[in-house]
Design a protein around this ligand. Structure first.
Ligand code: FAD
Ligand code: SF4
Ligand code: SF4
Ligand code: SF4
Length: 559
């Protein structure tokens, strides 16, 4: 018995007693642990939980439809935009998945998309919560994912939420930044409509700080959420940048998405390495241009989603790494070229990434008709000045920026859609507690369960699902068609079963079968984390169950 540790006891008590050996008893503790996927998901969804609802459906007596409905509801509890995030999230959850140590991470992103689409196709309504004792008047500035997530969480608790948005339609960068071949507008509109259906009052085409003052807004509402995003572009500050023929990535994407693209000409250079730069390059390619992207670091440091970079290369876009623009060359009609500085990899900077350093005298020229600058963005706080300093300096982990005011999404820190959704939810949960007279506390960060605390060898092998795209030759020919395809129902069924249920009992029955003392018996309530009851009075302390519990749910308590 490997877990039957032995130790010397009473070996020399000074009274001449002989030494003897005493065996320690190893008893199990049934304790749920944090799975690493959820710890890394910025929106904080219970990934293991909703996967289990589908994977363990027979054990729980659910048919497939009911299991998928339940999984969708669990997902929507934290994230009202699962079909959106199942398409655009860079899925950091998969980077930490314990299955990666075997045949590759569980394809959480593809599964989330399937379940998100399921909710739309079934017409499922977002789950409401018990109404607050005293509904309050809540104002939300910005209908991007942060503001929408906050509005959802407050509206489902029964509060009266007004959503102020400068643009004529909701969605923020989901609509005006991310292009439709990555995020079809039917999907976006369906998920946004569900949030408004909860009774959120839309006030679109209204800019706070211009059409309505901050003081007026404060007088109308008992609490505020600021989710204004970051749509003011940063500039390169190089010679020749000012003038016609130079666009910001944000401006190009907004016009492209509104079917009003600018005339870019035949040769376009895009500067930047993030999602905006890659989207701008692909938009320019769809408008018929030859496109070159300049990025001053290497591919390894490129912040854009890896698959999107591959897709951009597949569309014939060139990427020059370790290259930075230093001057726009202009003719009488506009830009004619760009002088480019070659860079080398230097010492790590504050971000931990290798700092690019210019190679003296090593420059080259590119012909171009338009330049697109997509290096970064910042928030436009005009008219909201009093809040800017608090948001930047004082926002706590929950986003509080003063009495009953919260801030989240890109306005707090540039990030992703999933982070914006998570910020909105955490702020709403904190505000709800404040309104009920309780004190909110920052989220607990439990250490996630790692493969060392599990027995990965006890799981059968199962290959990861391959996701597919439409044929590459269609991509530019049908510029508005979605490129990435949904996995099939059979693939979903196989993929959810690859989840190891890290840190939570999934009812494999090993403990029940191997325990000679019969200390385990099936629990009537059942369900993930609760399939078997353990009776300590029958346990002989051999520790066998811990040895054969694959997921780390059983851990040792040494007597
Ligand atoms: C081109 C592009 C591609 C991207 N691709 C991805 C991707 O693939 N995956 C990913 O995770 N992230 C991506 N991002 C980043 C992502 O879109 C943002 O992190 C996210 O949208 C931030 O959400 P938010 O709600 O904070 O801000 P936003 O989405 O920017 O929404 C803010 C909203 O506030 C409104 N607003 C601003 N000021 C006011 C005011 N004073 N009064 C009223 N309304 C106001 C704006 O009009 C806007 O609708 C991309 C961004 C861009 C630009
Ligand atoms: S939102 Fe992103 S990180 Fe979270 S589960 Fe979905 S794909 Fe993973
Ligand atoms: S195996 Fe399942 S629970 Fe474990 S990290 Fe991966 S998705 Fe999460
Ligand atoms: S051995 Fe299996 S049934 Fe027993 S606690 Fe672990 S996961 Fe659950």
């Amino acid at each position: 018995m490997r877990f039957h540790k032995a130790s010397k006891a009473g070996q020399d008590d000074g009274q001449g007693k002989s030494a003897h050996w005493k065996a320690e008893l190893i008893r199990p503790v049934q304790a749920e642990k944090e799975p690493p996927c959820r710890a890394r998901c910025p929106s904080g969804t219970d990934i293991r939980g909703w996967l289990a609802s589908i994977a363990q459906r027979e054990r729980r007596g659910l048919d497939r439809d009911a299991a998928l409905d339940l999984a969708w509801t669990q997902l929507a509890h934290h994230n009202p935009l699962p079909a959106v995030l199942g398409r655009v999230c860079p899925h950091p959850c998969e980077n930490e998945c314990n299955r990666a140590a075997r045949e590759g991470a569980v394809a959480i992103h593809a599964l989330e998309r399937y379940v998100g689409d399921w909710g739309i196709e079934r017409g499922l309504a977002l789950p409401r919560l018990q109404a607050a004792l005293k509904p309050r008047r809540i104002g939300v500035v910005g209908a991007g994912p942060a503001g929408l997530s906050f509005a959802y969480q407050m509206a489902r608790r029964g509060h009266a939420v007004t959503l102020y948005e400068h643009q004529p339609k909701p969605g923020g960068m989901l609509r005006y930044g991310i292009p439709d071949y990555r995020l079809p507008r039917t999907v976006l509109d369906a998920e946004l409509a569900r949030i408004l259906d909860l009774g959120v009052e839309p006030r679109f085409g209204v800019r706070i700080g211009r059409d309505i003052s901050l003081d007026e807004l404060r007088s109308r509402h008992e609490a505020l959420f600021i989710g204004i995003g970051a749509s003011a572009p940063l500039h390169l500050r190089i010679e020749g940048e000012e003038g016609q023929g130079v666009w910001s990535g944000i401006e190009l994407m907004e016009r492209y998405n509104e079917s009003d693209p600018p005339q870019l000409g035949a040769r376009v250079v895009v500067v930047g390495g993030g999602n905006t730069a890659v989207d701008a390059a692909r938009a320019a390619r769809r408008l018929g241009a030859e496109v070159t992207v300049l990025y001053r670091r290497t591919r390894n440091e490129m912040p854009a989603i890896d698959e999107e970079v591959d897709d951009a290369l597949g569309e014939g876009i060139e990427i020059h790494y370790l290259a930075a623009p230093i001057a726009v060359l202009r003719g009488p009609q506009g830009p004619v070229g760009l002088t480019v500085q070659r860079m080398a990899v230097g010492q790590p900077d504050a971000s931990g990434r290798a700092r690019p350093v210019p190679i003296p005298g090593d420059t080259y020229e590119l012909d171009m008709d338009s330049l697109v600058v997509a290096v970064s963005q910042q928030s436009d706080w005009s008219g909201l000045g009093a809040l800017e300093s608090t948001a930047k300096v004082n926002a706590d982990e929950l986003g509080a920026i003063g009495a009953r005011a919260f801030c989240g999404g890109d306005a707090r820190r540039l990030g992703t859609v999933a982070k914006a959704v998570g910020d909105g939810r955490r702020a709403a949960e904190a505000l709800s507690m404040l309104l009920e007279g309780a004190t909110p506390s920052p989220p607990a960060h439990r250490p996630p369960v790692r493969p060392e605390a599990m027995h990965l060898n006890l799981y059968p092998s199962a290959p990861r699902v391959e996701t597919r795209t439409t044929p590459r030759e269609h991509w530019l020919a049908e510029p508005h068609s979605e490129i990435h395809r949904r996995i099939s129902g059979d693939e979903l069924d196989a993929e959810v079963r690859r989840c190891l249920s890290c840190g939570s009992c999934f009812g494999c029955e090993h403990c029940f079968m191997y325990c000679v003392a019969q200390a385990y018996e099936p629990s009537a309530s059942g369900g993930p984390g609760a399939y078997f009851r353990y009776d300590a009075s029958l346990c002989e302390g051999c520790g066998k169950c811990i040895e054969i519990c694959p997921c780390g749910f059983l851990s040792p308590a040494i007597d």
